[in-house]
Design a protein around this ligand. Structure first.
Ligand code: F6P
Length: 366
C-alpha cells in the first residue's frame, strides 16, 4: 500500500547513550513504516549532528532484516561516537540557533515530512527545540534511566534491569560465603529507577538512590541489626546518582572521574567498611548495562512503539512522543515532556513494597 497520509518521507536518528538492542527499536519503526505505509526513510548518522551536517543515507527494508533479536546499536549511528560526541547535540537552545537553521536546511533538502528522533532526556529537549523551529518531529523515549516524563517505561530500561539483576544476583553467594558487604553501583543518572527495580528483583538488602537521600548512621544501624540476627553479609545497590542527606539538602551534583564514573560505589563501600568493620567489595556495572541483546519485553516494546510511530507519521500526529501508560501505548505532547525529569515519587508502590519486605533505603521510612 502506498502512503496517502501525512508522511511520505521521514528522517530517522538516534541520540544520546545507546541501550541494549537499540537496533530492534530502529527496526520496529522502519519495518512498520515501510511494510504498512511504504514510506521512505532517510537515516541520519551521528544523531542530531547528522541532521545538522546533512550526513544521511537512504534506509531500505532489507537493511532491517534480523535486527530484532541480536544486540547491537546502532546501524545508523547514534550521537555517542567519536565523530559526534554527545555534547555536539543541540542541547542548549541558546547556542542552537545556527545549528537549528542547518537542520532545517537538511530537512528541506531531503524533502522530509517529519523527523523521528529516538532518544532520552537531552534528545527530547532537542526534538522539542526543533519542533519550535517549525519542523515536524516525533520522538520515541529510549534510555536505560527510565527518567522520561509522561511514559511509564522507556525503551532499554527493562533490558538494563535484567542485566543488573542478573549481575547483582550472582553476588549473593560471595557475600554469604565470605560474610562480606557487596556493593554494586548501577547507572540511572540522577534517578533511581534502575537501582530500585534491579535491587528489588535481585533481593538487595539496601538500595541507595537520589530520591531517598541516605544517612550513613541509618545504614549502619540497619546492618548492625542484621548482624545481631546473625546475618553478617549484605547486598547493597547504589544508584550512580545517590545522595546523602546533606548532599540532598545542598542539591549536590555528583562528581565524575575522567572516565565518567561517579565512584560513588567506592565511596559508600569505604564508609560502610569503616563504620561496620565488615569486609566490603565493590562492583561497578557501568556500560555492561547498555549493551547486548534486548529483553523479550523490550523487543515487544520496540515493535509496539514502532507500529505506533508509523501510525503517528501517517496521521500527521507531529510534535509528539510515543509513550506507554499502564498497558497501553499513548502519545504525549513534546511540549509537556521536554525538560521534565521523571524521578521515583516518594509514595511509589515499589518503594512501599520494598520497605514492606525489609529493604533499607538508608533513610527512615517517610
Ligand atoms: O543516559 C544513560 C547513561 O547510561 C547514564 O545512566 C549514565 O550516567 C551515562 O549514560 C553514561 O554516559 P557515557 O556513556 O557518556 O559515559
Amino acid at each position: 500500500m502506498k502512503s496517502h497520509g501525512a508522511t511520505r518521507t521521514f528522517g530517522l536518528l538516534t541520540s544520546g547513550g545507546d541501550c541494549p538492542g537499540l537496533d530492534a527499536l530502529i527496526r520496529g519503526v522502519a519495518d512498520a513504516a515501510t511494510t504498512r505505509y511504504n514510506m521512505n526513510i532517510i537515516g541520519f548518522a551521528g544523531g542530531f549532528r547528522g541532521l545538522i551536517d546533512g550526513d544521511a543515507h537512504t534506509l531500505k527494508s532489507e537493511n532491517f532484516s534480523g535486527m530484532l533479536i541480536p544486540g547491537g546499536s546502532t546501524r545508523i549511528g547514534d550521537s555517542t561516537g567519536a565523530a559526534a560526541p554527545r555534547s555536539a547535540a543541540l542541547h542548549d537552545a541558546a547556542v542552537g540557533v545556527a545549528e537549528a537553521e542547518a537542520a532545517i536546511d537538511s530537512y528541506r533538502r531531503f524533502q522530509l515530512d517529519c523527523i523521528v528522533a529516538i532518544g532520552g532526556y537531552d534528545a527530547l529537549k532537542t526534538a522539542y527545540h526543533l519542533s519550535r523551529h517549525g519542523l515536524n518531529v516525533i520522538a520515541i523515549p529510549k534510555t536505560i534511566n527510565n527518567n522520561i516524563w509522561c511514559t511509564d517505561i522507556t525503551y532499554g530500561f527493562h533490558s538494563a534491569v535484567e542485566i543488573a539483576c542478573e549481575a547483582i544476583g550472582r553476588l549473593h553467594s560471595t557475600a554469604r560465603s565470605h560474610n562480606r558487604i557487596m556493593v554494586t553501583e548501577v547507572m540511572g543518572h540522577t534517578t533511581g529507577w534502575l537501582a530500585l527495580y534491579a535491587g528489588l528483583a535481585a533481593d538487595a538488602d539496601v538500595i541507595l538512590m537520589p530520591e531517598t537521600p541516605y544517612r550513613i548512621e541509618h545504614l549502619h544501624e540497619h546492618l548492625k541489626q542484621r548482624a545481631e540476627r546473625g546475618i553478617h553479609h549484605s547486598i547493597v545497590v547504589v544508584a550512580e546518582g545517590a545522595l546523602s542527606e546533606a548532599q540532598g539538602r545542598e542539591r549536590f551534583s555528583p562528581g565524575r572521574s575522567k572516565y565518567h564514573q561517579s565512584n560513588l560505589g567506592y565511596h559508600i563501600a569505604e564508609q560502610l567498611e569503616s563504620v561496620t568493620g565488615i569486609e566490603t567489595r565493590v562492583t561497578v556495572l557501568g556500560h555492561q548495562q547498555r549493551g547486548g541483546a534486548p529483553s523479550a519485553y523490550d523487543r515487544i516494546l520496540a515493535t509496539r512503539f514502532g507500529a505506533g510511530v508509523a501510525d503517528m507519521l501517517h496521521e500527521g500526529a507531529f510534535g509528539r512522543m510515543a509513550a506507554l501508560k499502564g498497558n497501553d501505548t499513548a502519545r504525549c505532547r513534546l511540549a509537556e515532556v521536554a525538560g521534565m525529569l521523571r524521578k521515583v515519587p516518594p509514595q511509589h508502590d515499589l518503594l512501599t513494597a520494598a520497605r514492606a519486605v525489609g529493604t533499607c533505603f538508608g533513610t527512615p521510612p517517610a
